[in-house]
Design a binder for this molecule. Sequence first.
Ligand code: BGP
Length: 468
Amino acid sequence: MIEKFPEGFLWGGAVAANQCEGAYNIDGKGLSIQDIAPKGIAGPITDEPTEDNLKLVGIDFYHRYKEDVKLFAKMGFKVFRTSIAWSRIFPNGDDAQPNEAGLKFYDDLFDECLKYNIEPLVTISHYETPLNLARKYDGWTNRKLIGFYENYVRTIFTRYKNKVKYWLTFNEINSIVHAPFLSGGILTPKEKLSKQDLYQAIHHELVASALATKIGHEIMPQAKIGCMVIAVPVYPMTPNPDDVLKAFETDRSNLLFTDIHVKGKYPSYAKRLFQENGITIHMEPEDEEILKNTVDFISFSYYMSVCETSDTSKKAGEGNLMGGVPNPYLKASEWGWQIDPKGIRYILNTLYDRYEKPLFIVENGLGANDQLITGEDGEKTVKDDYRIRYLNDHLVQVGEAIKDGVEVMGYTTWGCIDVVSASTAQLSKRYGFIYVDRNDDGSGSLDRYEKKSFHWYKEVIATNGTAL
Ligand code: BGP
């Protein structure tokens, strides 16, 4: 048992529009990059949406959100994180006027949350760049994207200013280095994308993020606007100083993103990184001023840690977007993601020591291939003790970090209801407390069932963490 989590701690769950809503071409929605990526991160893209793309229907959240929000309320959620699908609001990304039907959908969704006193936490851009912006401009490599994003954020801030208090500018903004298509809407294949173009795209996103923070604070003085990164502790494989330095450098290539968001400028170490890689960031005169609009809090996803080594014969681990080699002291999930509960305490402390800004864990969880069974009471369920163990172990470490003095605003588990996986684009990699009857071949009733973890999480929230 651990001491109570702070009063008002925001317990909840997270999803993203493209992984749950479906209704990909309904009510005026334009296509997003996800609609032509049926195989996930590594797979080929298609010219048009194809039937094997599970995201086109998702879990049909677009039509079933009332039932789902009711289940979240039953668990006692205080917060629900989702994203706004940019192409529902601006179907082509560069349209002059927003799509009213898209705006109305999120009005209704947020009202439904607020009805149960659930605060919406909104990701403005979660791996769902409008396809037209990818095709016409090669995504964020083009500075014009800043202007289109600015129009989009002004529109949604003005519309939802009385409904949404918590905002995140870009999902896992640092993932663009590893997944430029998914994260930056960049169609140029990763192998052909120069470091120059990549870091220029990153600059555009960073300026857009700071601009959103500025505009958000003007339109909604009470709002809290955060950045969102993948947080990965990077451990040296051995005490060899070469390994230690390698781990330090990898870690810093991640911290670059939070450093800029929190300190409002490029850190001094960026100079060498750019020089040695032949990168010259093209800055407009106003950029430096814009970057000074720093975030109110830092949010992050946490799934695993990695090891770094200077030994080039060691291979990177599976499922390991950030690179690094497997840690012999850790076990991994079915997809090779290394499970490291203590890593969350470590990362919370290192981020808080560096920035002294409130932290929000907006993704954490275990992807597993669940089996739906009929329980003793005749109801269908999943006995997901492995998920309970994973989440419990991580939350105990969050509690330790709180005792260490870290300010943690809240915790939203990833995929609180089963959604289509981002990396595999399949449904068999499930994270939810709520099972959705849909299979990788697209079959299934889409009915919802409470898993064992549903009842566990309800108890954790009801006791504000003392049940852990
Ligand atoms: C994060 C993304 C999410 C999500 C999660 C789990 O990187 O922000 O969109 O899907 O990872 O990943 P996956 O679905 O690949 O298991």
